[in-house]
Design a protein around this ligand. Structure first.
Ligand code: BEZ
Ligand code: FE
Length: 285
């Protein structure tokens, strides 16, 4: 019996069939890889060192392995396998490491800007949450988060208020949602660790195109984790984590403050507008 089969056999006593499949398939593919590349002793120890250093960077705040999965395209591959079920639903994309739970629930049309918002032109984001038949989903919980002008998220940047550029909104009876923020900016993913070294070595960009994150939950529907990207961003074609999907790229328009913007959203100055409807897929019974 060859070595690979011997190792596979040594795991045959795992009772859970799925777990047995996961580990034995991993061993077969890993052995296939090693057989193909035939590493030198030096290359083998370098790989061990890379994995060790990556693990040392992980704690409650930072997950360098998820970042590694992101830049290797594995996160988006898992996303593709799990979520691309129909053409109508809004596509999902990477979750990223910067979500914070339990942000304040803000009223319809409220602003997520906590720090220094008066200096930047407002952006109104609005639309509807719908099912795949176009029916309104009321009471959907919509979490949004984005970076500040300096390209950093609250939590990552200790100078920002904890809830700056984050918030939770609930869709209304007709499925509508709205919130105020400002245009997001493109920013580099954390590049001071092993993932940054790898990208540097490969002369790859560490930048992500500007986006706003969304997590949308509603009873009876699959949770949607996605972003909206801005049309025209210079990094759309080479996102460091491969998260861009065509249908998530949106155009923003310039709007003049008027009676309606004042009365409905308290917008007294000119603003940017993004209109986008999100479509959720029902959970199969
Ligand atoms: C983000 O968009 O927040 C993100 C996603 C993947 C890796 C790093 C950051
Ligand atoms: Fe992000």
């Amino acid at each position: 019996m060859n070595l690979t089969e011997q190792v596979v056999r040594s795991f045959q006593n795992i009772e859970n069939e799925r777990h047995r499949f996961l580990i034995t398939t991993f061993i077969r593919k890993l052995h296939e890889y090693v057989n193909e590349v035939k590493p030198s002793e030096e290359e083998w120890i370098q790989a061990i060192r890379f994995l060790t250093d990556t693990g040392k960077l992980c704690d409650e705040q930072r997950q360098e392995y998820i970042l590694l999965s992101d830049v290797l395209g594995v996160s988006m591959l898992v996303d593709q396998i799990l979520h691309e079920k129909n053409e109508i639903q809004t596509p999902s994309t990477v979750f990223g490491p910067f979500f914070i739970e339990n942000m304040p629930v803000r009223p319809y049309g409220g602003s997520i800007v906590r720090d220094g918002g008066d200096k930047i032109k407002p952006l109104l984001v609005r639309g509807r949450i719908m099912d795949t038949d176009g029916r309104a989903i009321a009471g959907a919980r919509i979490d949004v988060w984005q970076t500040a002008e300096n390209g950093m998220y609250s939590g990552q940047d200790t100078k920002q208020s904890h809830d700056n550029l984050r918030g939770t909104f609930l869709s209304r009876e007709d499925g509508s949602y709205a919130f105020q923020t400002h245009l997001p900016v493109s920013y580099p993913i954390p590049d001071d660790g092993t993932v940054g070294q790898l990208l540097g070595y490969a002369k790859r960009s560490v930048w992500r195109p500007a986006h706003i994150h969304f997590k949308i939950e509603a009873e009876g529907f699959q949770t949607l984790v996605t972003h909206l990207f801005l049309e025209g961003d210079e990094y759309l074609a080479n996102d460091a984590v491969f998260g861009v999907k065509e249908r998530l790229i949106v155009r923003f328009s310039e709007q003049k403050a008027d009676k309606n913007s004042r009365e409905e959203y308290g917008l007294t100055q000119d603003y940017h507008l993004i209109e986008y409807d999100f479509v959720l897929t029902g959970v199969s019974p």
